[in-house]
Design a protein around this ligand. Structure first.
Ligand code: NAD
Length: 311
């Protein structure tokens, strides 16, 4: 880790998600230096020029095209390279293409900097996080996927609209797979300590519709504009700030579970304490019978799909 005066983040993949993550990091003043790497050299050059021109409006930050050598003195690497979902594709459909990329770049990252914190964003995010943890088991605390940070933000936004409450005051999470088997933690969701089910305006059927809208948002957005990026890039900046500021923030990142409600040897999202060394610990949630069943189903789905990882 470098000191607070040199907060450096390298982003691998300068497409929609990588470039907007850089933009969110600049706007949030989260780093002093941002490096972008991409196999598409003309794209990465153009993205960097465009990003550099935003700096006079936001404040000083070095932004440049880089190489894996830049990881040596970086604090965080954000992985956003690889294929994205095409209309109708699920996140799990991307596994072959993207796990071959992780197999190639994983060793380059940790060779350059054994102490680096890695934020995996590329999909299927839980499986690629698991792949990297499997390749580098001793680095498991340093490796996290953005997981259900995005899905939780979507849920909180929609609940905030429904209950007419600021979404930052909505205490509700989606956990499990960042994908079709994810589920909401309704049993403990609350607004200012009032259980959601007792809050004026609560309607169980409406809650189910809101959850499905959050879960299927990516399909709806991709249909209209080929990719999703603003919300995930905001989540990346939030997570990077939690790490660099050693904030002990609770965020639903994807990380390796070991004997978590009897689930082991797979990565998925549960609320976790995030600080300068990565995932400090995962919160041991009280789950009702339904939620426990859903968590186990999510783990089974991912374990089955993990067989498709390139080894
Ligand atoms: P994109 O196609 O716009 O960008 C991907 C970039 O990766 C391209 O510029 C490509 O040249 C580059 N690339 C490919 N192989 C590379 C390699 N080996 N090294 C360096 N660069 C390489 O795609 P996008 O819309 O930015 O999405 C990127 C990934 O993020 C996808 O897998 C997508 O599904 C995922 N995503 C995740 C979340 C989440 O919540 N976790 C949200 C949105 C998108």
């Amino acid at each position: 880790m470098t000191n607070d005066h040199n907060r450096k983040i390298t982003i691998i993949g300068a497409g929609f998600v990588g470039s907007t993550s850089a933009f969110s990091l600049i706007a949030a003043q989260a780093a002093n230096e941002i490096v972008l790497i991409d196999v598409n050299t003309s794209l990465v050059r153009s993205q960097v020029m465009d990003l550099q021109h935003s700096i006079p409006s936001w404040g000083q930050c070095q932004v440049k095209v880089g190489t894996y050598d830049d990881i040596r003195d970086s604090d965080i690497v954000v992985i956003t390279c690889g294929a994205n979902q095409k209309p109708g594709e699920t996140r799990l459909d991307l596994i072959k293409k993207n796990s071959a990329i992780i197999k190639d770049i994983g060793p380059k990252i940790f060779k350059a900097n054994p102490g680096i914190i890695v934020i995996m964003v590329t999909n299927p995010v839980d499986l690629l996080t698991f792949q990297l943890v499997r390749m580098f088991p001793k680095k498991q605390k340093q490796i996290m996927g953005s997981g259900t940070i995005l899905d939780t933000a979507r849920l909180r936004f929609l609940l905030g609209q429904h209950f007419k409450v600021n979404p930052t005051s909505m205490h509700a999470y989606i956990i499990g797979e960042h994908g079709d088997s994810e589920f909401p933690l309704w049993s403990t969701a609350n607004i200012g300590q009032i259980p959601l089910a007792k809050y004026p305006g609560y309607d169980a059927k409406k809650m189910d519709r809101i959850f499905n809208q959050a879960k299927n948002a990516a399909y709806a957005i991709i249909k209209g504009k080929q990719a999703t990026y603003y919300a995930i890039s905001s989540g990346v900046a939030h997570l990077a700030k939690a790490i660099l500021g050693d904030k002990n923030s609770v965020l639903p990142v994807s990380s390796l579970l070991t004997n978590y409600h009897s689930i082991s040897n797979i990565c998925l999202s549960v609320p976790s304490v995030i600080g300068r060394n990565g995932v400090k610990h995962q919160l041991r949630l009280s789950l009702n019978t339904r939620e426990l069943r859903q968590l186990k189903k999510s783990a089974r789905t991912l374990k089955q799909a993990a067989k498709g990882l390139v080894t």
